[in-house]
Design a protein around this ligand. Structure first.
Ligand code: C2E
Ligand code: CA
Ligand code: CA
Ligand code: CA
Length: 275
């Protein structure tokens, strides 16, 4: 039921996903995969685009399944959410990432993506801060990324969670900015520290010119809210140049490198240090 893409990763045809038997096999595999530690963190570089300096990494989950190959998060995160195992999966991944990040240079940050479902748990901040304490990784170098869909959750709970994390020094980013439908008033109700412009805007930045206006408007909007900007999905020199013209921005994307596992990430850091 599975095919392999050119990069060796597994992909699935839409009708397969709707196949009930296939789905239930996948769910069983996912449940076992969590227990067997098949879910592992990959890391994508985050760069200060003015200086070209590495500032940190975003953790992106991968599933190394013996049955299905390397599966991407767009496939298994929604499944884990439906199955009610997203919190457990996420906590394991974060614990592993915090271990990995201990060998990184001082000052580098670690970003992780958080499902809106995790923000339903009033104990979420407590659990996350405990993971940080156990690992010894400084909260000041830790960041969570959440999307606008968290605005559909209980705002009292969400605000309390984000505020207590922020009070401990954790950075709160709004991910995929520009793709949601929330108003600026809604966004201001939560204590965000920065905005990540969705890659759909950035990817096309090199072409035409219309999107350049749009991206510059989004950057202006972010600055109006008093928030620093991170651009994701930088694939070309043209997109990078267009972003550089907009001032102080951090960025990430395939131009700087694909997400890599912990070992390759560490090798990259050692090579950089040796240079
Ligand atoms: P995201 O947070 O918006 O992450 C960026 C996605 O874009 C990643 O896909 C990354 O590999 C990809 N990307 C980065 N640079 C480029 C580029 O230049 N061009 C293109 N075309 N793509 C680029 P990935 O790793 O497949 O992750 C997809 C989504 O899965 C993430 O989107 C995030 O929302 C979610 N995700 C990943 N890990 C976790 C996790 O541990 N927990 C939760 N809740 N969600 C996760
Ligand atoms: Ca993200
Ligand atoms: Ca994003
Ligand atoms: Ca996304």
């Amino acid at each position: 039921a599975k095919k392999h893409g050119r990069d060796g990763s597994a992909w699935f045809e839409p009708q397969m996903e709707s196949d009930a038997r296939f789905r239930s096999a996948l769910q069983t595999a996912l449940r076992h995969g969590i227990e067997r530690g098949e879910f592992i963190p990959y890391y994508e570089q985050q760069i200060d685009i003015q200086t070209g300096k590495l500032v940190g990494f975003e953790m992106l989950a991968r599933w190394k399944s013996p049955e299905f190959g390397i599966v991407g998060p767009d496939m298994f995160i929604p499944m884990a959410e439906e199955m009610g195992v997203i919190a457990e999966l996420s906590e394991r991944l974060i614990a592993q990432a915090l271990q990995d990040a201990r060998s990184w240079d001082d000052g580098l940050t670690l970003s992780v993506n958080i499902s809106p479902l995790q923000l339903r748990d009033p104990w979420f901040a407590h659990k996350l801060l405990r993971l940080l304490t156990e690992s010894g990784f400084p909260p000041q170098r830790f960041e969570i990324e959440i999307t606008e869909s968290c605005l559909h959750e209980n705002m009292g709970v969400v605000r309390a969670i984000l505020t207590s994390l922020k009070n401990q020094g954790v950075c709160i980013s709004l991910d995929d900015f520009g793709t949601g439908y929330s108003s600026l008033a809604q966004l201001r109700a939560l204590p965000f520290d920065r905005l990540k412009i969705d890659r759909s805007f950035v990817t096309e930045l090199a072409q035409a010119g219309t999107n350049a206006e749009l991206v510059s408007a989004i950057v202006a909007l972010g600055r109006g809210l008093g928030l620093p900007i991170v651009a994701e999905g930088i694939e070309t020199d043209e997109a990078l140049e267009a972003l550089r013209a907009l001032g102080e921005i951090k960025g990430q994307g395939y131009l700087y490198g694909r997400p890599e596992d912990a070992e390759a990430t560490l090798r990259r850091l050692m090579e950089q240090a040796a240079r």
